[in-house]
Ligand binder design. Sequence first.
Ligand code: NAP
Length: 245
Amino acid sequence: MDRPHIICHMMTALDGKIIGDYMETRVADIMNSEYDRIHDEFLADAWMCGRVTMDDNFTFYEKPVLSEEAVSIPHTDYVANPKAGSYVIAVDPSGKLGWKENNIHGYAKRPPAHIIEALTENVSDAYLAYLRKLGISYVFAGREHIDCTALVYKLKELFNINRLLLEGGGYLNGSFMNEGLIDDLSLVLAPVADGDSNTVTLFEKADYLKKSVPMEFKLKSVERLGENGLWIQYKTNKNSEVGTA
Ligand SMILES: NC(=O)c1ccc[n+]([C@@H]2O[C@H](COP(=O)([O-])OP(=O)(O)OC[C@H]3O[C@@H](n4cnc5c(N)ncnc54)[C@H](OP(=O)(O)O)[C@@H]3O)[C@@H](O)[C@H]2O)c1
């Protein structure tokens, strides 16, 4: 396989929600610690999140500081560090994230991770110049929307990423599911729910995707976490066929 093995690793409430008021509860806090522990145990080369998750947790909706000077930069991939050891991929199609440095460090117990921006042709030259100045790597995948398949092949080829943790949010996970790119699902199920109808679930379908593509899963293992939580591991059933139940 010339792409990384992809494990979607997520924590959800009992109703499949990945965010919401339930996150403020004690049990969610405990399950979050379990989530981080399991993340570390996967020993992955890289983890990946969508633009909203990055803004919510790491860049906090800061705007990138772009130079006013006109620059022309070719739309080709840029590898600032091919031997980082650990990578984090930010799926940021039009270049909105306001990074301050070229790595994420001090998050949970994760080692410092070199940032790779996943971009489309919608990005400005000024944003590319900004990334180069900070020493952030970037790859192009898609014209308007991220072509997840093209992206993961590039991650293997350019950065030798063999094991990738896909870590949300729901729209990014949904895009990967739509392209049949999820190999395993690692679900930390928190024993809590909040009944909010307007929060994001584990898999969401972006409006630009033509249709949903159901994916079946095969159970690998179930483990109790703490008193009432679960760690459920599935692999995807590549032989599943829609409409043949
Ligand atoms: N419970 C957990 O384990 C967990 C894990 C991760 C995240 N979360 C939470 O999930 C929430 C965010 O989830 P979300 O689903 O709203 O956002 P998300 O998936 O983090 O980000 C969605 C954005 O990513 C970009 N994107 C993703 N796939 C794309 C594609 N195929 N083509 C083009 N652009 C693509 C778009 O950026 P643009 O808008 O810039 O076009 C899109 O709006 C956050 O609050 C976060 O804290 C929870």
